[in-house]
Design a protein. Structure first.
Length: 110
């Protein structure tokens, strides 16, 4: 998995590509610990290039959502591919995470 970050205003746009699974989820945890803090706590996770996610990856996204909420930040997920969105729906997580449509993402974080 590759992780890239850019700033858009006061928001960290974090793009994931490849697979978020049992082997790579710790990389996301380490990234958040090194880059997200109380003064830098608004996050959009761009899943446009994510090809695969398993339960470990979903668990790590939940942990990072909770981490950002503890910092009083905002956490959004954007650009889910249909297969990834299906995993979120089956797991009952579409109402747990705030999501952005491609249109909303592009208009807010160009």
């Amino acid at each position: 998995m590759e992780i890239s970050q850019r700033k858009s205003g006061d928001t960290n746009v974090i793009s994931l590509s490849g697979s978020l699974d049992i082997y790579t989820s710790i990389d996301l945890k380490n990234f958040f610990e090194q880059n997200i803090d109380r003064n830098n706590n608004h996050v959009v996770i761009n899943l446009e290039k994510l090809n695969y996610i398993d339960s470990s990856g979903i668990g790590m996204l939940i942990k990072q959502l909770n981490y950002v909420q503890e910092l009083n930040g905002k956490f959004y997920i954007a650009n889910m591919k249909p297969a990834i969105e299906k995993v979120f729906k089956v797991a009952g997580l579409t109402s747990y995470f705030q999501t952005l449509s491609e249109h909303d993402y592009l208009s807010q974080y160009p």
